[in-house]
Design a protein around this ligand. Structure first.
Ligand code: CA
Ligand code: CA
Length: 359
């Protein structure tokens, strides 16, 4: 009936059996048959789409790249049942590689948040690999990446090297300790994945989930697994260098807001030769105790002003945390980023750190 009406509606004033358009001599009954066919096809397509309802995947990241291993990370808007990756020697995914091992290392609580981390081991140094992956969500639907026809994700393993710096001294970076909490900022989180990198220096971040001990969950990130983007060898980190800490909070937030970034700096230390220790990174330059050097470049300047402005107007609360809220900017700690914080910021604006001062 619908189709019949459709036929009449399309051709209400013309000869119902013949279009005047050149070459279109379809009989209306033929049109019905064709429309029924289209109708069935549409139903078929919709059925197919619903049976392959795909998760949304974001923030595909390579981390923890060494001479023999790396990790593949991504975040899904659906809880993840299982995940796997494949490696190829070409970007089009024609030549699959064998002989490596993979292991999903996300704890169950992280998979439930859609946070996948897969360790890949048994690789060769100084070699480019191309990665494809897929996940099965808890409805049994499979979502692959990259999209069909898109180039695969490249990753290059580190150069074979001993951990000796240019001055022939051993590289002994610290293990960084960073506490992780849920969005309420009090409950320890073992489902949050933390990525640590040295902006402009490290080729890939290192990453880890928090390990809970009593009432605290700490991430321990081995900075010896950072390698330099310029030399492709072990990166020797310097005391006091700024680091970028990114927390992947998964589907505890909307995907567009799941990532939270803050800047800290590596501890100042004076032991020579260097000894690897477990250290907690420090807040950046904070004149008068006002931690307004948001980007850790040792000055309170327009770079900091711009990021503060981007967060302006946000509010949050412990009961219903706002994933967009960056607590770094809440200088007066009233759970709102507003003129109160702006005034605090202005009071230290323009100040510069004396980087040569003793820690
Ligand atoms: Ca700054
Ligand atoms: Ca505030």
């Amino acid at each position: 009936m619908l189709i019949t009406n459709f036929c009449h509606h399309i051709y209400p004033i013309r000869n119902p059996f013949r279009s005047k358009l050149r070459g279109d001599f379809l009989h209306c009954s033929s049109r019905r048959i064709i429309l029924r066919g289209i109708h069935r096809t549409l139903i078929g397509v919709l059925a197919t789409l619903s049976s392959f309802a795909q998760a949304e995947i974001s923030d595909i990241t390579i981390s923890d790249v060494t001479t023999r291993a790396f990790s593949v990370i991504w975040v899904s808007d659906q809880p993840v049942e299982s995940a796997r990756i494949k490696l190829y020697s070409d970007q089009q995914g024609q030549s699959e590689i064998a002989g490596y091992t993979i292991q999903t290392v996300s704890p169950a609580a992280a998979l439930a948040r859609g946070i996948v981390k897969i360790d890949v081991r048994g690789l060769a140094a100084n070699t480019v690999y191309y990665v494809s992956g897929e996940m099965t969500d808890n409805s049994g639907d499979i979502t692959p990446f990259p999209n069909t026809g898109s180039a695969l994700l490249p990753v290059k393993t580190a150069l074979e090297t001993s951990r000796i710096d240019a001055a022939n001294l051993p590289i002994a970076n610290d293990i960084l300790k960073h506490p992780v909490f849920e969005l309420d900022r009090t409950t320890p989180s073992t489902a949050t994945l933390v990525l640590i990198s040295l902006p402009l220096k490290s080729e890939y971040p290192v990453s880890a989930f928090g390990i809970q001990h009593q009432n605290i969950a700490n991430v321990l990130a081995d900075l010896n697994n950072l390698y330099a983007s310029d030399t492709h060898k072990s990166l020797k980190v310097a005391a006091g260098e700024p680091i970028e800490i990114t927390e992947f909070r998964g589907n505890a937030c909307e995907l567009a807001k799941q990532k939270s970034i803050l800047y800290r700096r590596l501890p100042q230390k004076a032991d020579s030769p260097p000894v690897a220790e477990i250290e907690t990174p420090q807040a950046c330059f904070a004149p008068d105790g006002k931690a307004a050097d948001f980007n850790c470049d040792s000055q309170i300047a327009f770079g900091d002003f711009n990021v503060l402005l981007a967060g302006f107007g946000q509010t949050t609360s412990a009961d219903s945390p706002n994933c967009s809220f960056n607590h770094e900017f809440d200088l007066n700690q009233d759970q709102a980023i507003d003129y109160g914080d702006f005034n605090v910021f202005l009071s230290v604006f323009g100040k510069m750190e004396n980087t040569h001062a003793a820690p």
